[in-house]
Design a protein around this ligand. Structure first.
Ligand code: PLP
Length: 228
């Protein structure tokens, strides 16, 4: 399939329909789940139809890539809310604070400190989520679950960050429900309203377990082109 014959607007409506069904099945209020459409790697040809269909919440995993495509799109379409969902290096904290509207991947002191300093410098408060490595995978970003409460408290109290919630990416080869339930418990005991969990393969399960935000890429934009 070429880049042009995938209908991302049609895929968007299907995903929105599936989200509505999952909300109903879980006896949750309609519209209580926000779709973060993950547009990483895709170009304007697939993103613009989704914007034209009225969708406004998007996720990108690389600061530099997002800087290349989103300033122009934000200019063209009012009300875009851009989420950073990939690992952040502290030397990119300034760029991230300037471009993103939510930073979902705060997972260590150095990043919390760099973000707080940049928000002060730019006079721009960007809400954040703490990423939890629920599977304790060595190669994966995120704070370990047993360190989450103390880290959340430090982000709020020592760095003055507006921590809205938590996010996780479960291990690919494990039952995601256990990880979603663990994340929900961490949010609950810390009094946090936002739960960012669930991707193309498992977002209905995440919604059943309380996700407020699902990060869906492939199901909205098609398969990502493989970089050669
Ligand atoms: C790419 C990505 C997604 C979306 O993945 P799909 O399987 O394409 O839906 C969600 N969350 C994060 C952190 C990602 O990097």
């Amino acid at each position: 399939m070429t880049a042009d014959d995938f209908d991302s607007a049609a895929a968007l409506s299907e995903v929105k329909e599936a989200i509505a069904t999952a909300e109903r099945d879980a006896a949750r209020r309609e519209g209580s789940v926000t779709l973060v459409a993950v547009s990483k790697v895709h170009g304007a040809d697939r993103i613009v139809p989704v914007l034209q269909a009225g969708h406004r919440v998007f996720g990108e995993n690389r600061v530099q890539e997002a800087q290349g495509k989103w300033p122009a799109l934000k200019e063209r379409f009012a009300g875009v809310e851009l989420h950073l969902i990939g690992p952040l290096q502290s030397n990119k904290a300034g760029d991230a604070v300037a471009l993103f509207d939510v930073i979902e991947t705060v997972d260590r002191e150095k990043i919390a400190r760099a973000l707080a300093a940049e928000m002060d410098r730019q006079g721009r408060r960007v809400p954040v989520l703490v990423q939890v490595n629920t599977g304790k995978e060595p190669q994966k970003a995120g704070i370990d679950p047993e360190d989450a409460d103390a880290f959340i408290a430090r982000c709020r109290d020592d760095y003055g960050l507006e921590v809205r919630g938590v996010m996780c990416i479960p291990p690919v080869d494990e039952e995601p429900a256990l990880h979603f339930a663990l994340l929900r418990e961490i949010a609950r005991r810390n009094g946090l309203p936002v739960l960012s969990m669930g991707m193309s393969d498992d977002y209905p399960t995440a919604i059943a377990l309380g996700a407020t935000h699902v990060r869906v890429g492939t199901a909205v934009f098609g398969h990502r082109p493989v970089k050669g």
